[in-house]
Ligand binder design. Sequence first.
Ligand code: ASP
Ligand code: MG
Length: 417
Amino acid sequence: MKVFKFGGASVKDAAGVRNVAKVLSHFAQDDLLVVVSAMGKTTNALEEVVKAYREGRNAKPLILALQGMHAMALAEVAPADQAAATALAASFDALKHYVAQPVQHEEDRDYDHIVAFGEVWSTLIVSAYLNSAGFANKWVDARKIITTDARHRAAHVKWDLLQGNCATHLPSFDARPHRIVTQGFIGQTEDGSTTTLGREGSDFSAAIFAYALDAESVTIWKDVPGMFNADPRKFPDTKLLAQFSYKEAIELSYFGASVIHPRTLQPLQRKGIPLFVRSFIDLAAPGTTISEATDHDTLIPSFIVKPDQLLMSITPRDLSFVVEENLSGIFKLFAKRNVRIELMQNSAVAFTVAVDDTPRARQLAEDLRGEYEVRWNDGCELLTVRHYDEATLTRLLNGREPLVEQRSRNTARFVLK
Ligand code: ASP
Ligand code: MG
């Protein structure tokens, strides 16, 4: 079995959905599990539905707009599939019914329940189209396979249940190839409430399915020809990284390279399943291969810029030293507010961190103010350079004076204003 993943941009409209078949036509004999994200910006639109619902506003116009877009796409790609049209309409009815009820759950649980519809709709459409285009497949509800804990919006997978779930819930096939179409991003608790794996989590879903099925490979189909040493939209002269190791890929995605979701690599590494990142536009392009082969690492300088950073400096009000005791209290607050530390540094009396500038992060600063003096610099940028050389650093810094600088043997990081 090969696992394929198509993101929202690749299925943003009817033409995108049709292109999935074009990709599959190159793998006509293969058993495939195809993981699909919500179409285009649907997840963002559904986040607005959540907001409207939670604030007691009428969410129906937002839902009707989404319904129009999805129904039109389905009518365009699989006009004769009545069953799919009925299933799509029923799914929209279920959402309308949900938001017509008074709020009764915690917000994050409502969030997961509502945003998960995006992946259900996209997969209904893709599955119907593929069936009509001669790629017989079965639609599977990913929630039946991916059991998670109840940490809504950032659910953790129950790995030990996966194989059993597959045995019970994956359909059987009369003929080869076996093709399954299923959702990225979503899972379910053991008592049946929908969860999500975090924004952009569909890559991770693909890895989870690959792990469960001992797949031969995972391919992420993208609108770019692979992974580059920097974001080609922001830097000139970027180079394709043809082949590198899981470890290097984990480092790059940890530092913010946005091509693959950071959690995707670990399950693949555990089973030695290679990951290909390839272009759904240029099928002849070789793309990027991520696998065990460490001697093939492309060790050219790779750089990643994270904008909108808040550089926070936290000092005990009594100017006591920053030691394990207060650090553990500070870390607990970060965990509680779910604020990820991008970079940290400490001196005798100050602990300095760079974090994404979000309302949660600013709230955290308020939480800290009781015991600490908190100062911050907003509008900062975090630059990470893997396998740096001085020429690259000089060019990237371009005369700017970093507020924080850290270097290890392989990685240089800078907070810049
Ligand atoms: N549809 C979800 C999102 O936009 C998951 C994904 O695209 O991977 O975050
Ligand atoms: Mg998406």
